[in-house]
Design a protein around this ligand. Structure first.
Ligand code: GDP
Ligand code: IMO
Ligand code: MG
Length: 435
């Protein structure tokens, strides 16, 4: 069986959780490689709804191992409450979840530090999830982060924690963003968390590489999306980790030579949460209809998602960055009622054609999208699970996306449930996922 990466090809919320859960049964291990509890992956199994934030969506498949890789930032309180919610819903987490000893620990002070960028005059507010993700990654790259292995070493942890927190309090007081917190009590609390997570902690790079040697297969689960990637996204309106395919290797310790394929999840349209440029944003009734039909509200923060039309240049860009073998197009059913569907097939700035994704927010904001209109199918596709049963115009729409993006559409989703999905026969997707 293959080792495959599944990740978001847009600005997140593409439906990765549903897709990972659905295909996790074909793999032995599901490994998350970046992000933290800023992610929100909603999965429906029958009547039951699960929202996964830190724990890989593969946990919902009994008997599968789920790995939190070294590339994540881990808020132990968020992890333990997610675990408890899952266990009380009948999902077995203990014994199936493995946490990297190299993942970085997120503290309440990281949330306070987020106000440095989000709440101060003169700084560009990114519209983050306010979970402290960015400041935790700042500590990681600043080489003062506290990792899971450090948390488990009581003496080392105490000394490191006290010095790092002292620094944060000084900065917070200086910049007027300090919020009262009992640092010693938090330290004690984290020591109790350490005892609770200890049985799940191991060197997950060793675990994953041994599994590969034993012939087991791994599904790497991306959080966020490529356009939120710290290097390749719409910087600075991005998250602080490597959401693109490269992150799967650095975030787990599995070499690129062991990866067999990369699958990109894309909505049949596009959404974005938070600030930042968005060339195909539909600020009219069409955008409202997408939001209403797609129930486009954030799973973590409840914020309304900004909605717009499918963006081919953006997809072509993320296809190159990730080397997509195949695309999974989700939420096709959301477009069922449209008379005409717009697709952005090109970018212009000041009337000039733009071939590559511009690097700066200023330029992306000036992009004039070139649209082509396709006729809508005006028929319900909700729950359709066979390609042959799709209306002709829906097939034409998918063929158009395939032709313009240059990537096959190997899988299509028409509803939140597992069985509301179809895999194209003979596709590269089928080969990678079904072996
Ligand atoms: P993720 O962060 O990429 O996992 O995506 P989210 O879970 O944040 O957002 C996707 C939302 O769309 C979830 O509420 C899913 O249940 C839902 N969803 C996924 N696929 C489909 C689909 O094909 N049709 C519809 N109508 N909803 C879907
Ligand atoms: P999933 O995994 C959509 C966005 C935030 C903000 C920016 C930075 O569900 O697709 P952060 O808190 O990460 O520092 O915020 O990134 N963002 C997401 N948008 N889906 C997500 O996750 C996101 N995680 C972060 O809205 O614009
Ligand atoms: Mg989400």
């Amino acid at each position: 069986m293959a080792n495959v990466i599944i990740l978001g090809s847009q600005w997140g919320d593409e439906g990765k959780g549903k897709i990972v859960d659905l295909f996790a049964d074909r793999f032995d291990i599901v490994a998350r490689y970046q992000g933290g509890h800023n992610a929100g992956h909603t999965v429906f199994i029958g009547e039951k709804k699960y929202v996964l934030k830190l724990i890989p969506s593969g946990i919902l498949r009994p008997g599968k191992k789920a790995v939190i890789g070294n590339g994540l930032v881990l808020d132990p309180a968020a992890l333990l409450s997610e675990m408890e919610a899952l266990e009380s819903a009948g999902v077995k987490v203990t014994g199936n979840l493995f946490i990297s000893n190299r993942a970085h620990i997120l503290f309440p002070a990281h949330r306070m530090m987020e106000k440095m960028s989000e709440g101060r005059e003169g700084r560009i507010s990114i519209g983050t999830t306010s979970r402290g993700i960015g400041p935790c990654y700042e500590d990681k790259t600043g080489r003062r982060g506290i990792r899971v292995a450090d948390l488990l070493n009581r003496d080392f942890f105490r000394a490191q924690y006290d010095s790092v927190m002292e620094e944060k309090v000084t900065i917070a007081r200086t910049f007027g963003i300090y919020s009262e917190m009992d640092l010693a009590a938090i330290r004690d609390e984290y020591e109790r968390f350490a005892d609770r997570i200890r049985p799940m902690v191991c060197d997950t790079a060793v675990l994953l590489n041994q599994a590969i040697r034993d012939g087991r297969s791994i599904l790497f689960e991306g959080a966020q999306g490529t356009m939120l990637d710290i290097d390749h996204g719409t910087y600075p309106f991005v998250t602080s980790s490597s959401a693109s395919a490269g992150g799967a290797c650095t975030g787990t310790g599995v070499a690129p030579t062991k990866i067999d394929g990369v699958l990109g999840v894309s909505k049949a349209y596009i959404t974005r949460v938070g600030g930042g440029p968005f060339p195909t944003e539909a600020l009219d009734a069409a955008g409202d209809l997408i939001r209403k039909r797609g129930n486009e509200f954030g799973a973590v923060t409840g914020r309304p998602r900004r909605c717009g039309w499918f963006d081919v240049p953006l997809l072509r860009y993320t296809a190159v960055i990730n080397g997509f073998d195949s695309l999974i197009v989700t939420k096709l059913d959301v477009l069922d009622e449209f008379e005409t569907i717009q697709v952005c097939t090109g970018y212009r700035i000041g009337g000039q054609e733009v071939c590559d994704m511009p690097p700066t927010v200023g330029e992306i904001e000036r992009v004039e999208p070139v649209y082509e209109s396709l006729p809508g199918w005006k028929t319900s596709t909700f729950g359709v699970a066979s390609f042959d049963e799709l209306p002709g115009r829906a097939k034409d729409y998918l063929a158009f996306l395939e032709e313009r993006t240059g990537v096959e559409v190997g899988c299509i989703s028409t509803g939140p449930e597992r069985n509301q999905t179809m895999v194209r026969q003979g596709s590269r997707f089928e080969k990678l996922v079904r072996g």
